[in-house]
Write a protein that binds this ligand. Structure first.
Ligand SMILES: C[S@@+](CC[C@H](N)C(=O)[O-])C[C@H]1O[C@@H](n2cnc3c(N)ncnc32)[C@H](O)[C@@H]1O
Length: 273
């Protein structure tokens, strides 16, 4: 495996136990029946009853198992063995039928031969991937003819701002400040820092991350032969990415007063029959 991905793998393996125990991931609520998916992906993917669904970069599987709770036959894939162990343990404990596979996403076609009605990925997946074109090819590879690929992801506009990534990294920032070029594809190397879900834990490993643009994501999917059916931009975020965000009452969403930039990007694409 690429050395940069190995560093990321060490980081993700270290984060898994922290996330399983963190308040941010709401595992207790999931144990008592809460569906961990957000309304955007739930509504835009639609009815999954009886459908086969592959979740790429599934972490420890709460979203994967949430689709299972909605009636899908699910498979989750992630390169972190700690994530896959935790996902399997949770699935056994809660008796939610699900299959979990450990693989680098770029090697996934070598470990999984099936095709799926729905291929799904979400929030915080793309920044870990050095090759977006190859990612699009892998995603499309797993979609059955007539099936869909769906992504809900942090909007690229959020990635060009300073002070993003959660309150632990953001200090006392009061407003959005541009820091990076929207068009830069240069790798960003981050030093070890606090965990994004439990800020009291300092992690030993840094990370290697990559930017993506909306056009880059769309092109990766089109180049892989998928047809874009829907592209939405939303003024809401599934966590407090910037310290000046406000909670939308009665929801798990956050927004910025005045909605100055899009915070979430979602795309549905279909493989032609
Ligand atoms: C922020 S999490 C995604 C969380 C997801 N939205 C969920 O359901 O909880 C990103 C995931 O990508 C995985 N990942 C990062 N690089 C990967 C790679 N090259 N291949 C497969 N999984 C990878 C990490 O292990 C981690 O679980």
């Amino acid at each position: 495996m690429d050395e940069r991905l190995k560093t990321n793998l060490n980081l993700w393996n270290a984060m898994v136990p922290v996330h399983v125990d963190s308040k941010g991931y709401r595992v207790d609520k999931f144990r008592s029946g809460e569906n961990h998916l957000f309304p955007i992906e739930r509504e835009e993917v639609g009815d999954v009853r009886g459908k086969s669904l592959l979740h790429l970069q599934c972490h420890f599987g709460m979203d994967t198992m949430s689709w299972a709770r909605l009636g899908a036959n699910v498979t989750g894939l992630d390169f972190s063995e700690k994530a896959i162990e935790a996902a399997c343990a949770l699935s056994a404990e809660l008796k939610i039928p699900a299959r979990f596979l450990c693989s680098n996403i770029y090697d996934a076609p070598n470990v999984l031969s099936e095709k799926f009605d729905v291929v799904f990925t979400s929030y915080g997946a793309l920044c870990w991937l050095p090759d977006l074109k190859k990612w699009g090819a892998v995603a499309a590879h797993f979609v059955k003819p007539g099936g869909i690929f769906y992504i809900a992801e942090f909007h690229p506009m959020t990635q060009v701002m300073a002070n993003g990534g959660g309150v632990a990294h953001a200090g006392e920032a009061k407003k959005l400040e541009l820091e990076y070029s929207y068009f830069s594809t240069a790798m960003r190397e981050f030093p070890p820092g606090p965990d994004y879900s439990d800020h009291s834990v300092t992690l030993e490993h840094g990370s290697h991350e990559w930017m993506y643009t909306t056009a880059g994501v769309v092109s990766a999917l089109l180049d892989a032969g998928l047809q874009i059916e829907m592209l939405h931009e939303h003024p809401v975020c599934c966590f407090q990415m910037f310290p000046f965000m406000v909670r939308i009452e009665g929801t798990r969403y956050w927004r910025i007063e005045g909605d100055p930039i899009p915070l979430t990007l979602s795309i549905k694409a279909r493989k032609p029959l």
